[in-house]
Design a protein around this ligand. Structure first.
Ligand code: ATP
Ligand code: MG
Length: 502
């Protein structure tokens, strides 16, 4: 099998690559499987340190193309951000500047700050981007075709991730460019309010991320016991599942063998079996071959995207080299990424990581949005597909009908939705990054808050929203809103009074 030959070697090559930096860069892109607490806790970072680190790390790469990176002097500012986001944002944009700028080019970084926000403008003297693509480059898997650099194909995910990260941090990103005239990406981020919190060094946070990603410590090696202690936990908590659909047994086995140390692997040998398994198990990602008997990859992708149980799942399609061009467009509308065979296994792994990372960002944000909404069905304000939104609406509708029943269980709700409990559980995790009890509790608490605001008594509210114990309700309420139910009413009432007096 030609496509299998040398894959192990290639992976070894990637790992040993002189350019370890690139591997690290890509590893960094994966959102670490943060538990909820650390996902929300922000981190103070120094912009200057982060930029210095980027400069030193990229130095060899820039040298290799005889490019010059200039960071214009500025007064340092502290930013309060989701852990690791600054590194990921900078690395992606600077990597693009390097990649899309020819030999001897110039890259410069200019920082301007006011009291509340900072603008980081990263300019290059490279090939530039035509106006018509200025929005599209921030979309997933968008690559400007004629400018694609052959020897260094990308997935078109970098900027989508950057934009997600900017927005998740209450910032934004702008692009100014003309074809052939270089490009400037300007990142806008809020400045941290003055606080006594110490600034974490960029090196510290970057190393910590690399640590987490690579499961070993860069500076101080873990003892064997520590490794044994921490690894299984990490795996249990964050292990994602991947469904591999391929009629070629060798291929299935090879992929499974390579991926099962990091992921739970499910396999199916044709499209039909794959579809069935996908609906039952709701994996986090699907890898499918295009050429398969019974149901080929295209039909499969169509079915998967048209089924509300599976429409959210990212698909990576494996295609043969020939025949790729003609179907590329149709394919790119359906699937999330594709790789032509024979492919580099290292690259597949990176693409898997990035797709899962993007999915994580989406579900975390949806979950946060839902958790902070006041119980009205929420339209998620970023792109989920129509089918997914329809399903989420149905979910909210059923929840609104049943939440006040203290006996409400996952079984009851999944029956009402006509799906299995496992499906409900996997969907909640995939769409909101929440478990059933978390989701239900958040909803009940917000309903309670609304009722308290309307003047209902705490001693009655808890039962009305489906809590069976007052004490437990108070405890949950306090940990969610940071005050007791009666305090909540008082605070709201005082606010309303203050507004009236104004
Ligand atoms: P990867 O996922 O590996 O980052 P990518 O670099 O192709 O792949 P993005 O970083 O999302 O993907 O960029 C999207 C597209 O925007 C690129 O394919 C390229 O066509 C264009 N682009 C991005 N940065 C620049 C730049 N500095 N100059 C010119 N074109 C750029
Ligand atoms: Mg890129």
């Amino acid at each position: 099998r030609p496509e299998l030959r040398g894959i192990g070697n290639e992976l070894a090559l990637v790992e040993r690559s002189a350019n370890r930096l690139l591997l690290m860069v890509d590893q960094l892109l994966e959102f670490s499987k943060l538990d909820n607490a650390s996902a929300i806790s922000a981190e103070r970072v120094s912009l200057e340190q982060a930029l210095d680190l980027v400069k030193t790390s990229f130095d060899p790469l820039f040298k290799s193309k005889n490019q010059r990176l200039t960071i214009y002097p500025f007064t340092d500012v502290a930013l309060l951000l989701i852990p690791d986001s600054l590194n990921k944002i900078l690395i992606n944009i600077v990597a693009n500047a390097h990649k899309y700028t020819p030999q001897n080019g110039q890259i410069s970084i200019v920082v301007t700050a006011n009291e509340t926000s900072v603008e980081i403008a990263i300019s290059d003297s490279g090939i530039g981007i035509a106006k018509e693509y200025h929005q599209a480059v921030f979309e997933r898997f968008c690559r400007v075709a004629d400018t694609a650099v052959d020897f260094n194909p990308g997935a078109g995910i970098g900027l989508a991730l950057v934009k997600e990260l900017c927005i998740a941090n209450q910032g934004d990103i702008r692009l100014t460019s003309q074809l052939g005239q270089g490009a400037t990406f300007t990142v806008i981020l809020p400045i941290a309010p003055l606080s006594s919190l110490p600034v974490k060094s960029a090196t510290e946070t970057m190393m910590a991320t690399i640590d987490k990603q690579l499961h070993f410590s860069v500076g101080q090696p873990h003892s064997a016991e520590q490794l044994v202690d921490t690894l299984p936990l990490q795996q249990q908590a964050g292990t994602k599942s991947i469904l591999i659909i391929d009629d070629n047994a060798d291929m299935r086995q090879m992929l499974c063998g390579q991926l099962n140390s990091q992921y739970v692997c499910l396999v199916a040998e044709n499209g039909q079996a794959g579809m069935k398994l996908a609906k039952e198990q709701i994996p986090d990602l699907i890898i499918a071959d295009v050429m398969m008997p019974l149901m080929d990859g295209y039909q499969l992708a169509e079915k998967l995207k048209a089924d509300e149980m599976t429409s959210h799942i990212p698909i990576i399609m494996l295609t043969a080299k020939g025949g790729l061009q003609s179907r590329l467009r149709g394919l790119s509308l359906l699937v999330d990424d594709y790789l032509a065979k024979p492919f580099n296994l290292g690259e597949l792994v990176l693409r898997i990581q990035r797709l899962l990372a993007i999915r994580d960002i989406i579900s975390k944000r949806a979950g946060q949005q839902v958790a902070s909404s006041s119980g009205q069905p929420t339209k998620i304000d970023f792109p989920v597909n129509e089918l997914e939104q329809q399903f989420l609406d149905k979910l909210q509708e059923q929840l609104a009908k049943h939440y006040d029943d203290p006996e409400l269980t996952m079984a009851v709700l999944s029956r009402a939705l006509n799906i299995s409990e496992k499906q409900l559980q996997r969907k909640l995790k995939a769409c909101y990054d929440q478990t059933f009890p978390e989701w239900l509790r958040n909803y009940r608490l917000h309903q309670a808050a609304t009722k308290l605001e309307q003047g209902h008594k705490a001693s009655q509210v808890y039962y009305a929203v489906g809590f069976s114990s007052h004490a437990y309700f108070s405890k949950c309420f306090k940990s969610h809103f940071g005050c007791s139910p009666s305090q909540y009413f008082q605070i709201k009432a005082e606010k309303a009074m203050a507004q009236l007096n104004e």
